[in-house]
Design a protein around this ligand. Structure first.
Ligand SMILES: [Zn+2]
Length: 434
């Protein structure tokens, strides 16, 4: 018996070690498809079957634009049946998701191996590299930069942001620009664009007016637990990693962008902890959303522009997400959104689609409550947006936006941020919601 017990232990150990060492094993047999909905009914039907078939769309579904969806082996036939029944065009993106992820890793390794100067704004880097860069910037530019660590995450990682100001935030006449990223863990391009913005306000200042005339709060990785998890365990993890009641131990994680206290958990969200859009067990249950809420509490009278960075889809989205109605500032939101989009399009590469600008519920045919941009707008931030950055490089080999595009997307996004800031200042006197 002892022998059998030992053997079992060895087998178990081998299986466990194997599962840790072999990367992306959980995606063996998965496939991904391009899918194009051409009517609003098709879009709505697709959203209706997401939970039944555990479909995972890597970006929002937009009419007549290719979306990519991940499909588990057990739902593959069901997915194809439904797509055919609804008359929705689909074709294979990658036939073997695990292999494509391995390919992505190789591309990334090659990219890093080929250069000595890789930084979190020109390659995908783990959390500690981003935090090291932020600490380096704080140290080197101590006159203008202060690091803040208001809270730690569920797994006890610090949530950090930089405050950048030539007047230490004391000049109350200056508008505050607040940009957060990385609430959705797998959207790796989002933190990179915010690190790029940090660089443009410190190491590589080409628009001194942006540094002198505004105060900046830049938070690249709002969800550090999830971000780290995507590097080590699961490339497609989206939520954070919290377990906040007995019922979600099996399925950890809350979607931070459904956890804000604005019509919390009413539409486009889920009370099922296993869902990718689980809103948590109460509004602001999560450290991540509390950090953003507290920044607004401190500076609500001065934040004129807030951007929450996501990927992917090339979209500038504004309120109201919960019902598609227009805010009192929809005209200004739209015109500034278009100006930002045009600036980003100017620098974007030919293989990415042009930005689409609009009310998120309307252009996506998808309503959502408890989102960051709606919460900020509800509090009185006049210009509040979610930006879906470009993604996927049109490739059929992998899922990363190729690392060679990171810096150019940072540059394009910075151009959009710069225009947004300048417009915010220009319209300031006429924009007071509060
Ligand atoms: Zn997102």
């Amino acid at each position: 018996m002892v022998g059998v017990y030992l053997l079992r232990k060895i087998v178990l150990l081998t299986v466990l070690t194997g599962s840790i060492l072999a990367k992306h094993e959980q995606y063996k047999g998965w496939k991904s498809y391009f899918i194009v909905a051409t009517t609003n009914v098709q879009v709505q039907k697709l959203y209706e079957v997401v939970e039944n078939l555990d479909l995972d769309f890597l970006g929002p579904i937009l009419l007549d634009r290719e979306a990519v969806v991940l499909v588990q082996p057990k739902y593959n036939a069901g997915f194809m049946d439904i797509a055919k029944k609804l008359g929705i065009k689909y074709w294979t993106h990658v036939a073997d998701v695990k292999k494509a992820l391995d390919h992505d890793d190789e591309v990334m390794d090659d990219w890093c191996a080929g250069r000595t100067n890789h930084y979190p704004y020109n390659s995908y880097q783990p959390l500690n590299a981003i935090y090291d860069y932020m600490a380096y910037i704080e140290n080197k530019y101590s006159k203008t930069v202060r690091m803040r660590i208001p809270k730690v995450s569920f797994e006890k990682r610090p949530i950090r942001y930089l405050k950048i100001s030539t007047t230490n935030f004391l000049d109350e006449s200056k508008p505050v620009i607040f940009i957060s990223g990385g609430i959705h863990a797998r959207e790796w391009i989002s933190p990179a664009t915010i690190v790029y913005a940090i660089r443009k306000l410190t190491e590589d200042v080409t628009e001194p007016d942006l540094l002198n005339n505004f105060d900046w709060i830049l938070l690249p990785v709002l969800n550090p637990d999830g971000y780290e998890f995507t590097f080590i365990h699961d490339r497609f993890w989206r939520k954070n990693r919290s377990v906040n009641s007995y019922h979600n131990k099996r399925c950890p994680g809350v979607d931070g962008n459904r956890n804000y206290g604005i019509l919390w958990r009413t539409v486009g969200t889920s009370n099922n902890p296993c869902s990718e859009i689980y809103g948590g067990n109460k509004a602001f249950s999560e450290m991540e959303t509390q950090v953003v809420r507290d920044v607004f509490r401190e500076y609500i009278n001065r934040v004129d522009l807030y951007i929450d960075m996501h990927s992917y889809g090339s979209m500038v989205l504004y309120s109201w997400a919960h019902d598609g109605s227009s805010s009192n500032y929809s005209q200004v939101l739209h015109s500034v959104g278009v100006a930002m989009a045009q600036a980003m399009d100017y620098y974007t590469l030919a293989n990415f689609p042009r930005y689409t600008v609009g009310n998120s519920a309307k252009i996506l045919n998808y309503k959502a409550s408890g989102t960051a941009k709606d919460y900020a707008h509800f509090l009185g931030v006049p210009l509040s947006y979610a930006i879906e950055l470009p993604g996927l490089s049109n490739g059929t080999q992998g899922f990363h936006l190729e690392p060679k595009f990171i810096e150019s997307i940072g540059k394009a996004t910075w151009a959009g941020i710069a225009v947004g800031a300048q417009r915010a200042k220009k319209f300031r006197s006429g924009l007071k919601l509060r």
